[in-house]
Ligand binder design. Structure first.
Ligand code: VGL
Ligand code: ZN
Length: 199
């Protein structure tokens, strides 16, 4: 029997109200996610985990402001406020997130020169994080994704998971979006056409 897992994406202080890259109502999903954690056999958490001065931070680029885009070696990259810096309170999980049952904690975005929205491939769309192989080896085939933010890390992870052959559901009631220049509608359409189940 194919095993099933819940993947909780980036439910960290910096993406919650008061955080450096706060997603509106980001903390409202915590109780829903906790209930889903209780009800799922396998739980996986991801953690956005940037070194200080990461290349995705606008502060690293002279004359650039957060939410502008720049051309990197690997393509266009949105610039962000400094967020989820390794070891800081902002990078920690939301204090009410019940992560006791998590079987693995996947960190991403730790390479200084490359960002990683997806839990499977970094933003060059080529460097694997290892999560695909981990799930495959464990016989996990069915994934439910929840967390922050719907239109960035959740969506990129869902699209990559489908490409890797997983059966993927995104539980929208347990996600919140950044919605930058129509990104929520665009990524929702992409997920639908790729075969992600939006629940
Ligand atoms: C995220 C922007 C930058 C996310 C992470 O978790 O959606 N978005 N880093
Ligand atoms: Zn980030």
């Amino acid at each position: 029997m194919a095993e099933e897992a819940l993947i909780v994406i980036d439910l960290q202080n910096d993406f919650c109200p008061g955080g450096a890259l706060a997603v509106e109502d980001g903390d409202a999903i915590v109780p829903i996610v906790n209930r889903m954690i209780e009800a799922t056999p396998h739980v996986i958490l991801t953690q956005d985990w940037h070194p200080g001065g990461h290349s995705s931070f606008a502060s690293r680029h002279e004359g650039k402001a957060p939410f502008e885009t720049i051309e990197m070696d690997y393509g266009m990259q949105t610039l962000w406020p400094d967020h989820c810096v390794q070891g800081t309170r902002g990078a920690a999980f939301h204090p009410d997130l019940d992560w006791t049952r998590a079987e693995i904690l996947l960190r991403k975005g730790f390479r200084p020169a490359i960002d990683s929205y997806s839990a499977f491939f970094e933003n060059d769309r080529a460097t694997p994080t290892g999560l695909g192989g981990y799930l495959r080896e464990r016989g996990i085939r069915k994934l439910t994704l929840v967390g922050l933010a719907t239109d960035f890390c959740v969506a990129y992870s869902a699209l990559d998971a489908v490409k890797l052959g997983f059966s993927v559901t995104v539980a929208l009631e347990a996600c919140r979006a950044i919605d930058l220049g129509g990104s929520l509608a665009a990524m929702t359409d992409e997920m639908k056409s790729a075969g992600v189940v939006l629940a």
